[in-house]
Ligand binder design. Structure first.
Ligand code: AMP
Ligand code: MG
Length: 375
């Protein structure tokens, strides 16, 4: 991580976001480095008062990952501090692993009254569940627990244990009810929810709203692999955001020129373990149809959208859907729903939707690129 932060500072051409930071210490060999990274965070707190474009950067560890916020403008420091407070507020509300969080309480009690943020996120998640035919399913949590992705005690489950947990997974059985202006959620017996596939996108969107309320017009945030840019750079040019190479997490598969967009990537390299007996790699994005790590042809999915909640939900979803179904989904939904996709398959071929095709920065001179026509 220290190395990735350094890259972010040195790399002039791209906003080389430290995407490897999504590898957050859940792999058995990374917890020590997590400790040293935490202490590194104060070293990267910087203020730059040159011209009227004051720049302020700070980091925070939340939602199980490292997040870096940079804002430009008169109130840059206040905006970043308020952004961090917003991240911490949402972390306390949404993190399944925090016993006191609203989501953990819902899981413990089989339901409950939803706060405004959680209601919004649950409704968006259920919409994506519907539109992806269940590829995105927030009731995947019992399966995540069984594999040890929630604790780091990784284990390949037995078939019958997996079948028993998988029987609890079906977000279509979640019910919402309204009373006295409040919305309640009700989960069937044994079901537990996890907003980990969508919460960081929502959070980056909320942080941008907070920054804007401080008058900020130029900012960039990296929430552990999820990037979000506000406006353009202070020189008026577009942000250039690097997309991590899933095969070499120190490199980039390419980059993208963006203004006012979230750029959110899902990949099997972010959190995984390797079974000692078989050498098989298991990662944290689960196919609800099988209960196993999704393995449907895609190794990286980046969604570019002004709607960061959608971008996060869909990066996970299209990764689960796999090459063929993800391309069909893009053709049907990209233009109508307002997003674009940059996807890499296991043969190294890139699929880039037309809305972002001309914005793609082909750093590696990749030849095998298919333009997906969606309009
Ligand atoms: P992301 O990094 O955004 O792709 O999200 C991965 C996280 O989403 C995992 O750590 C789980 O918390 C959650 N998750 C895993 N599989 C699914 C799925 N099929 N549907 C919804 N959430 C999932
Ligand atoms: Mg996601």
């Amino acid at each position: 991580m220290r190395k990735r932060i350094l890259m972010a500072l040195l790399c002039g051409a791209l906003v080389c976001l430290p995407l490897a930071g999504c590898n957050t210490g859940n792999n058995s060999n990374t917890s020590d480095s997590a400790q040293s990274e935490a202490s590194a965070s104060t070293e990267t707190k910087t203020t730059n008062n040159k011209n009227s474009n004051q720049e302020y950067t700070d980091e925070v560890f939340a939602m199980d990952t490292y997040m870096t916020l940079t804002a430009y403008g008169e109130n840059a420091q206040e905006a970043v501090e308020a952004g961090i407070a917003e991240i911490q507020r949402l972390d306390d509300l949404l993190s399944t692993g925090k016993e006191t969080s609203e989501v953990a309480q819902i899981n413990q009690n089989g339901g409950g009254v939803l706060s405004e943020d959680t209601e919004y996120l649950v409704k968006r998640a259920l919409d994506i569940y519907q539109s992806t035919n269940g590829a995105f399913d927030i009731s995947i949590y019992p399966v995540m627990q069984l594999w040890g992705f929630t604790t780091g005690n990784f284990a390949v489950p037995g078939e019958s244990d997996l079948a028993a947990k998988l029987a609890l997974v079906d977000a279509g059985k979640i019910t919402l009810s309204e009373e006295n202006g409040q919305t309640s959620i009700n989960l069937p017996e044994g079901m537990e929810i996890d907003l980990g596939g969508i919460a960081k996108g929502y959070t980056s969107g909320r942080v941008m709203e907070v920054m804007k309320s401080y008058g900020i017009e130029s900012a960039v945030i990296n929430l552990g692999g999820n990037a979000h840019v506000l406006g353009n750079k202070t020189d008026g040019s577009q942000w250039k955001v690097g997309i991590q190479d899933p095969n070499d997490t120190d490199g980039y598969l390419g980059g993208v020129n963006v203004t006012d967009k979230a750029i959110i990537t899902s990949g099997g390299y972010e959190r995984y373990f390797i079974d000692k007996d078989t050498g098989v790699k298991y990662h944290h994005i689960i196919d609800p149809k099988t209960g196993y790590s999704a393995n449907n042809g895609l190794i990286s999915v980046t969604i570019v959208s002004a709607d960061s909640t959608l971008a996060d939900g869909l990066s996970t979803s299209l990764f689960v859907l796999g090459t063929k179904d993800a391309i069909s989904y893009c053709k049907e939904h990209c233009a109508a729903d307002g997003f674009d996709a940059i996807m890499e398959d296991e043969d190294g071929k890139l699929y880039i939707t037309d809305g972002v095709y001309d914005d793609f920065i082909n750093m590696n001179n990749t030849k095998n690129i298919e333009k997906i026509v969606t309009k």
